[in-house]
Design a protein around this ligand. Structure first.
Ligand code: ADP
Ligand code: MG
Length: 460
């Protein structure tokens, strides 16, 4: 069921809302599920009730009701970006903002306002710079190195990129750097955490303290803004954004899309977001992938000195693995686990076997009409100019028809375009050829085999 739900809502939504949902029991037509917080419960009920039910029904059609309850025992939170236990809302309760300001930067981050947990590995030192992220990296550095009272150059700094391209890494790097070097308070929050904080504050009537606390921050870093939902949280976010920017405080934001595509946000927020510096991080090129792999290996070697990945394996991985940084990390982790558990050195064969599912599907090759003509001419031992000529002898008519047929089925060219490229023929001639070969292929095994062989040659 979880697998079905995960693929139905997508990885990010799943991790944000459902990772900590448990099955408590099933009875007749109803299923009992639990989540650790009330906020999660109401959020899931409001936004995903139907989805959860239909995922259940797909596997157990007798189910007609989902009961969602809040678990009483709070389990330890380990994973990054998980929803916080309600406890943090209480800590915030009643604390005057003056006290907040007095706390040391790092503890302020984890304590008073309950910033989202930071991963100690995600620093500037481990961030690899390449073409895809040069600008985003430079801007982030600039922000991280600013001191209290410095003029703010771009506000907000808005970084967007697809999944696994380094947004969280860069934002956490800013947070670490900002908190360690200067007297400034840098707060890293995921958008869910922001919502949670606000909703929890409303419930305990400490919304004012929450707002005050937020406005006492020097640098506010918000990750995954695309998850910010709900009218009142958005309005609050908008106020916070305006207040901070107007007070000359820095705001840094990451999202999976540009401000203009955040459909659920209202226009004022969008234009405020677009009013700073908006930078896109592109997909990780091969160089960058290689750099990231190397940095991952180096990190692994600090704990496992005997672990090593030969250059040819690194090159193989950089060449074949998807653009997603998480897969690169995953690949190194698997190789590490595999070589440790089996006490074997990493080899190319091992890598090919272990990371097969992470390998990027080959993009279908763009086949050109010239290539088709060349390959067909070679196969039938005629010249390319014969194919384009007006000769009508049997030994060129059939190859010409085959070539036109392949041009129609393997390229996106239109019939008139193909006709033009075959010596200025009419599109009806092309259509006739395509139909002719289609009909023949279903009857004539030898021709069918020839055509298949030509396709294979062209796709290689
Ligand atoms: P996003 O938040 O954009 O989905 P993450 O920041 O979580 O992506 O990155 C996914 C993984 O890829 C992380 O392990 C991260 O450290 C790694 N990664 C991505 N870009 C880089 C980079 N430029 N240098 C080093 N590691 C990177
Ligand atoms: Mg992220």
């Amino acid at each position: 069921m979880k697998g079905r739900l995960r693929s139905s809502v997508g990885e990010d939504v799943y991790t944000s809302w459902f990772a900590r949902m448990d099955l408590e029991g099933m009875q007749d037509e109803s299923v009992r599920l639990s989540v650790p917080t009330r906020f999660l419960k109401s959020w899931i009920q409001a936004h995903y009730a139907e989805r959860v039910l239909s995922c259940w029904q797909a596997e157990a059609p007798e189910v007609h009701r989902i009961d969602l309850t809040v678990r009483t025992a709070v389990r330890p939170t380990v994973a990054l970006k998980e929803m916080p236990a309600p406890i943090e809302a209480k800590r915030m309760d009643g604390r005057p903002s003056a006290e907040l300001r007095a706390t040391a930067p790092v503890s302020a981050n984890h304590d008073a306002l309950g910033g989202s947990p930071l991963d100690p590995r995600l620093t500037f030192a481990s961030f690899v710079v390449g073409r895809a992220n040069t600008l985003a990296h430079a801007a982030a550095r600039q922000v991280a190195e600013g001191r209290r009272g410095d003029p703010v150059m771009f506000n907000p700094l808005y970084i967007h990129a697809g999944v696994g391209l380094g947004k969280t890494h860069l934002l956490q790097a800013v947070t670490w750097a900002g908190n360690s070097g200067s007297e400034r308070k840098v707060l890293y929050l995921t958008a869910e955490k922001f919502m949670y904080g606000f909703v929890a504050a409303l419930k305990t009537q400490t919304a004012l303290a929450f707002k005050e606390a937020l406005r006492g921050i020097d640098v506010l870093v918000i990750d995954d803004l695309q998850f910010l939902q709900g009218k009142s949280t958005q309005a609050e976010f908008c106020h916070t954004l305006n207040a901070l920017i107007d007070a000359g405080r820095q705001v840094v934001i990451a999202a999976d899309r540009p401000p203009s595509d955040l459909e659920s946000l209202d226009d004022r927020v969008r234009s405020r977001l677009a009013g700073g510096l908006v930078v896109e991080m592109g997909s990780l090129g091969e160089d960058l992938r290689l750099g990231i792999l190397k940095s991952r290996v180096a990190a692994a070697r600090t704990h496992h000195a005997s672990f090593d990945v030969p250059e040819e394996v690194l090159n193989y991985l950089a060449r074949t693995i998807t653009h997603n940084g998480r897969d690169l990390e995953g690949a190194i982790n698997r190789l590490l686990a595999h070589s440790k558990l089996n006490n074997q050195p990493v080899t190319l064969e091992m890598a090919e076997r272990e990371v097969r599912d992470l390998v990027r599907p080959q993009e279908p090759k763009r086949i050109k009409i010239e290539d088709i003509q060349r390959v067909v001419a070679r196969q039938y031992n005629v010249s390319r100019s014969d194919l384009l000529s007006s000769r009508r002898t049997a030994n060129v008519v059939r190859p010409r028809q085959v070539a036109m047929y392949l041009a129609k089925t393997l390229t996106l060219r239109s019939l008139p375009e193909i006709g033009r490229r075959f010596g200025g023929r009419d599109h009806t001639t092309v259509l006739h050829a395509v139909r002719k070969i289609e009909a023949l292929v279903s009857k004539d095994a030898a021709l069918s085999e020839e055509v298949e062989s030509l396709k294979r040659q062209l796709q290689e």
